[in-house]
Design a protein around this ligand. Structure first.
Ligand code: GLP
Length: 263
């Protein structure tokens, strides 16, 4: 795991967007793993700007989103498909047929989940996975007790997650689904490269657990410690619970890869 702590949320966001931009320029037909959530809105805004100002080309890539609510139609503004359309897909030159978001409306959800994994493998797997963090440590919607080897499947949402995401449902908890479809922890770990972006004081505890804590299925993000090419980007607010801060700063100054990123 490599860690970059940026002075503020703007710089953290821009760095995550730059890593995505560089990967897309280097491998135009890359398969991107995409995330939703408030943290990612600014990342997508930066990528849209890169498309408009610097001609960043999405026309050869594929994308696979991490998750979707069960029972929410893709045409509903509350769906993650709609989120992606609003923040990225409708604003860059990606082919809609190259974008994949799990289908939370399928009658046979298990078959559809297996099909999602199959489609992902057919595209050669995820080249670069963008990840946010839930306050309970979820990645995608892999709630506590998700197996590290789990694949795309239907999950039951943690009450804490439903509470955190109620603002996307007119602040009405009753409207927040109880279930979602998510890529598994195992699916995520299969990505060749992972970039995690976590900002704000509310993420400080889970950032420390993810980086310094013991591996535990109770906090899915700890599984990322096992990934050979995982970059974590935070702002100062999300880094306050780290106990090995001096060493992390030392690494930022002396690790050649991180130096390259920060130059
Ligand atoms: C949702 C998504 C996660 C995302 C999380 C973080 O729960 N399923 O993939 O990481 O939100 O959200 P936010 O960025 O709004 O804190």
């Amino acid at each position: 795991m490599k860690i970059v702590i940026c002075p503020n949320v703007e710089q953290a966001t821009l760095l995550a967007a730059r890593v995505m931009e560089d990967a897309l320029r280097q491998t135009p037909d890359i398969t991107l793993g995409l995330a939703t959530g408030r943290t990612m809105e600014k990342v997508y805004a930066a990528l849209v700007q890169a498309h408009r100002d610097r001609g960043l080309d999405f026309s050869h890539c594929q994308s696979f989103n991490l998750d979707e609510y069960v029972g929410i139609s893709p045409s509903s503004t509350q769906s993650y498909r709609a989120y992606m359309h609003t923040h990225l897909f409708s604003r860059v030159n990606i082919a809609l047929s190259a974008t994949h978001v799990p289908d939370g409306m399928a009658t046979d959800l298990a078959a559809r989940c297996a099909g999602y994994e199959k489609a992902l493998h057919a595209c050669g797997g995820v080249g670069l996975q963008l990840l946010g963090l839930g306050e309970n440590g979820h990645i995608g919607f892999n709630e506590p007790f998700s197996a590290f080897t789990s694949c795309t499947r239907v999950v039951t949402l943690d009450p804490a997650t439903r509470e955190q995401n109620r603002s996307m449902f007119d602040d009405d908890l009753a409207q927040v689904p109880y279930h979602a479809v998510t890529m598994g922890v195992g699916t995520i770990l299969d990505a060749r490269r992972i970039v995690v972006l976590a900002t704000g004081a509310a993420k400080a505890r889970v950032v420390a657990d993810m980086i310094e804590g013991p591996l535990t299925a109770s906090i899915s993000a700890t599984a990322l410690q096992m990934h050979a090419n995982c970059l974590v980007i935070t702002d100062e607010a999300a880094a306050t619970a780290l106990t090995r801060r001096a060493f992390i700063d030392h690494l930022m100054q002396h690790d050649a890869e991180l130096q390259g990123l920060l130059s």
